[in-house]
Write a protein of this length. Structure first.
Length: 121
């Protein structure tokens, strides 16, 4: 992995450790799969930074299978909370998606929001 990608991975991982409040190993994960695991923990807690970062993981196929619909969904969730990166990335990939893909991502976003109400279930 190039050094700049390793730096991005380490920064995302470190941020998510703090967001989740979980105990983690002393060193950064060796690969994107481990980083995505931590990003997902924070994203599932509703953190917009982690949601946007998870969208990027799906968009690039870093640690997860590449999936534009899930990328759009996570960007959309981040954007609805005012995350500028999420909004920018969502706007960037939207022209690349079909109407059906956008509708599916929006449906998934609504379902995620319904399953994760503010303040918990």
């Amino acid at each position: 992995m190039p050094e700049w990608q390793d730096d991005i991975l380490r920064n995302r991982w470190t941020a998510c450790i703090g967001i989740t409040g979980r105990h983690a190993p002393e060193s950064a994960p060796a690969d994107y799969v481990e980083a995505v695991r931590w990003l997902r923990l924070a994203a599932e807690q509703g953190n917009p930074f982690a949601q946007s970062s998870l969208g990027t993981a799906y968009y690039n196929g870093d640690g997860v299978p590449q999936d534009d619909v899930l990328a759009y969904m996570w960007y959309n969730l981040a954007a609805t909370q005012g995350n500028e990166d999420g909004q920018d990335y969502k706007d960037e990939i939207e022209p690349l998606l079909t109407r059906e893909q956008i509708a599916e991502a929006q449906r998934l976003s609504r379902e995620w929001i319904a399953a994760h109400p503010p303040g918990g279930n």
